[in-house]
Design a protein around this ligand. Structure first.
Ligand SMILES: [Zn+2]
Length: 356
């Protein structure tokens, strides 16, 4: 994504300055065959090129009426299209993201302007698949970016919609964008949503499965509390923010301490990426190194018998023993008595047991 910013300070929507609680993303396309950003976004910043007709959207309604005899009571949050001379495709942010836009109109259930961040994708003649897919990809990356910022689930019901879907929901005027353009290439709202999710997942550092015991792990610590409830509350807040947090109880100077940590990485740089993301989200995060203890067999442990092993004294065992999970009933040095439901099965060498 090539995200740039040029806020439409002259547009009445910007001047009205109403904030909203973000709940989703609405995709539009312009409905006019002009794929250049300069048609809508001005003044020229050197990358856009100059709009010689001056019919862009960065002006007040009164100015638009004065110049063209046409109203301009509309404003989306972003435009996607060509830069000057088709030197690449870019996204221009033209309103603050949490600013209530004027893009959806309304329907029987209200207005999508309340809660949806919007983009207008600049249409061309609607036949150039390469252009269409390039601007759609830009829109998906933009949507993924916003879903992360606003903790939106792109697969959630009507989190990502287009204008046509908004109309069907009763929150937008009767328009067919954007699928009127994309349908012929097999694009659906669901395919867009899935692609956005995939982009988010790819960017996300993947927490690794716990490596075998006795290894060094890197975790990201975000808090330490004396009171367990405080630690749990903090953990829940992190979980709400999408982090897989947990509480680790430790004893320090004879006192209980509850550490709130996230992730378990065997590669330090993965932990560092995760830490940076947490810091971006406002958490006071740092990396802690943990050596995981090698789990040992104790009385009460669940164990299996190694294939072919004999008893402690070298006696044979029936075949079912090798496929059964036993409890350790007694343990002395390397001699373990195993059994089922309190009944002894055999005495075994601890080295012939596998901890479950
Ligand atoms: Zn639209």
């Amino acid at each position: 994504m090539d995200l740039r910013k040029l806020i439409f300070t002259q547009n009445d929507c910007y001047k009205t300055g109403v904030k909203m609680k973000v709940k989703g993303i609405m995709l539009h396309s312009t409905g006019a065959p002009n794929p250049f950003l300069s048609r809508y976004v001005q003044p020229d910043d050197g990358h856009l090129g100059k709009n010689i007709y001056n019919n862009h959207w960065n002006m007040s309604n009164a100015e638009a009426i004065r110049r063209f005899g046409k109203t301009l009571s509309k404003c989306c949050h972003a435009f996607i299209g060509y830069l000057k001379d088709k030197k690449g495709i870019a996204t221009y942010q033209v309103l603050p993201w949490d600013h209530r836009g004027w893009h959806a109109g309304s329907g029987r259930n209200g207005s999508g302007n309340d809660g949806y961040i919007s983009v207008e994708i600049c249409e061309d003649n609607l036949n150039d698949k390469t252009y269409a897919m390039a601007v759609l990809q830009e829109a998906k990356e933009w949507a993924a970016y916003l879903c992360k910022i606003y903790k939106l689930n792109p697969l959630g019901k009507d989190v990502i919609i287009d204008h046509a879907r908004g109309h069907a929901m009763g929150i937008a005027s009767n328009h067919g964008d954007i699928l009127h353009w994309y349908r012929k290439w097999g694009v659906t709202l669901d395919s867009i949503r899935k692609d956005v999710k995939a982009i988010m997942d790819k960017d996300q550092p993947t927490p690794e499965p716990k490596p075998p015991s006795g290894k060094t792990l890197y975790r990201v610590q975000v808090g330490a509390f004396n009171v367990k409830t405080n630690a749990t509350n903090y953990m829940n807040k992190l979980k709400k923010d999408g982090y897989d947090a947990f509480v680790v109880q430790v004893t320090k100077d004879g006192k209980q301490l509850y550490r709130v940590q996230v992730g378990a990485f065997s590669v330090k740089s993965n932990a560092e990426n995760y830490m940076k993301q947490l810091q971006k989200d406002g958490y006071d995060a740092f990396i802690v190194q943990v050596i995981t203890a090698t789990p040992t067999i104790k009385v009460g442990s669940k164990v299996k018998v190694k294939a072919g092993a004999g008893t402690y004294t070298g006696g044979g065992l029936q075949s079912w023993v090798y496929t059964t999970i036993f409890s350790v009933m007694e343990l002395k040095n390397n001699r373990a008595v195993i059994g089922l439901n309190g009944t002894v099965t055999a005495a075994m060498n601890i080295n012939d047991l596998i901890l479950q």
